[in-house]
Ligand binder design. Structure first.
Ligand code: PMP
Length: 456
């Protein structure tokens, strides 16, 4: 692990919360042995959370259990979105794995039932789905569809966006290459941040900045193909409000003959509480939507939803086949996830518990915690921004790191987001209850009493 002080700020945050092998001396013997086996096999790509890495052995609902029998409240993991090891998803996967598992070049009923059920959650016009295995593959495919359909290559993203890990997708993920120049076919717009840069009309400002980026791409010779955005702007620092602020920007995209790719890997599947998809909060119709993480509750699944004519343009020039994408077990997992979201009313739960949680966090801020500069988000995607001073709003990443570690000691798992890593990122499984929210707010208050004083 490199010395945190020599890294760019956004990577320092990760390094500060990461396990440092040079300080492995005090680890319990069983943990030390696992760490050593991991280092021998994974090498430098291995990043572990926390100075004492967690050896987890089981999980259920919103709880994760470690080898020493401790139970942790999971406020971090959005992949097991309908709850860790949800019995209906587990049973569906096991049953299908014991019956048939092959690729999509044969006919089988369950994948078509799943495709129909999934597409029924989309507005009219978005009526074709292609299955992949990860969010990165989904965005990679979306970029290829956009290039084929428009005949242009230029992409606009927000300035701390993350869209995945393939070569093409890393090029449109500024958060993966801090301090490095952007590839020539990529332009960025500022994240829609009204906390640091207040405005009465975020919609118009964001659209005007996007228009500048579009103009610049058109002058460059690459042309403008698409605007790719995570509709909850998670890696940028979580920006959900005001409702509808994306509308003028998407109108500008379409006037310029470009496409809007909505990355729903983070907000999708009911998390924002308003609806199944984050873009619906903005009253806009994307041309392409990409999905991943929560889609199979941990079974590796992704997908791209678009329209026939866009897919035709793409498949005319090149075919697409994904060996594992949409296999029968994936379809069974995906179908069970849709059933659970509907039957347990998880979007409604996300809305109600999210509101309760934000009220509790704002209460904490107003009750002697000026280091909480802002509380924002939608449903169960909530950001808590820490600042050194509420007037200057200078980011306090060191406080976020202390809070993450303080909450870990209190058996609560949480992470941070944003360009400076000073925004606590709250995105638990959607079965999170008001009691769970109260536990989090109570523990955060206690941790802030212990660790906030130096940065006040
Ligand atoms: N898009 C967004 C917004 C993401 O947050 C991520 C993953 N963090 C991805 C795409 C990539 O997904 P995956 O890691 O499944 O490839």
């Amino acid at each position: 692990m490199p010395d945190a002080a020599t890294l760019p700020e956004s990577q320092q945050i990760l390094a500060l919360n990461a396990f440092d092998a040079r300080q492995a001396g005090g680890l319990p013997p069983a943990t030390a042995e696992l760490v050593q086996r991991r280092q021998q096999t994974f090498g430098p790509t291995s990043v572990l959370f926390y100075q004492e890495p967690m050896h987890v052995v089981s999980a259920e609902g919103v709880w994760m259990t470690t080898a020493d029998g401790r139970r942790y409240l999971d406020v971090y993991n959005n992949v097991p979105s309908v709850g860790h090891c949800h019995p209906r998803v587990v049973e569906a996967i096991a049953r299908q794995a014991a019956t048939l598992n092959t690729h999509t070049r044969y006919l089988y009923d369950i994948i078509h039932t799943y495709a129909e059920r999934l597409l029924a959650t989309y507005p009219a016009g978005l009526d074709k789905v292609t299955f992949t295995c990860t969010g990165s593959e989904s965005n990679d495919l979306a970029l290829r569809i956009a290039a084929a359909a428009t005949g242009r290559r230029g992409i606009v993203v927000t300035d701390n966006a993350y869209h995945g890990n393939t070569l093409a997708v890393t090029e449109v993920s500024p958060s993966s290459m801090p301090g490095k120049p952007l590839p020539p076919h990529v332009r960025v717009v500022r994240a829609p941040d009204v906390y640091h840069a207040p405005t009465d009309d975020l919609g118009q400002r964001f659209a005007a900045e996007l228009q500048e980026a579009i103009d610049s791409l058109e002058e460059s010779g690459f042309g403008f193909a698409a605007f790719l955005a995570d509709t909850i702007f998670s890696s940028d620092g979580i920006y959900a409000d005001p409702v509808g602020f994306l509308k003028p920007a998407i109108d500008a995209v379409h006037r310029a003959g470009g496409l809007f790719i909505a990355d729903e890997v983070q907000p999708g599947f009911g998390r924002t509480g308003d609806a199944m998809w984050g873009f619906l909060r903005h009253g806009v119709l994307p041309d392409i939507v990409t999905m991943g993480k929560p889609m199979g509750n941990g079974f590796p699944m992704g997908g791209v939803v678009s329209r026939s004519e866009l897919l035709e343009a793409f498949t005319e020039s090149v075919g697409y086949f994904n060996t594992f994408g949409g296999n029968p077990v994936a379809a069974a997992a995906g179908l069970a996830v849709l059933d659970v979201i509907r039957d347990e009313q998880l979007a409604e739960n996300a809305a109600a518990v999210g509101r309760h949680l934000r009220a509790g966090l704002r209460g904490l801020a107003g009750n002697g915690h000026p280091e909480i500069g802002d509380v924002r988000g939608a449903g169960l995607y909530v950001g808590v921004e820490f600042v050194r001073d509420p007037l200057t709003r200078q980011p306090a990443p060191e406080l976020a790191t202390r809070v993450i570690n303080g909450l870990h000691r209190k058996q609560i798992l949480i992470g941070a987001a944003g360009r400076h890593g000073n925004v606590l990122k709250i995105r638990p499984p959607l079965v999170f209850s008001k009691d769970n929210a109260d536990q989090l707010v109570g523990a955060l208050g206690e941790v802030l009493e212990e660790v906030a004083a130096p940065s006040r």
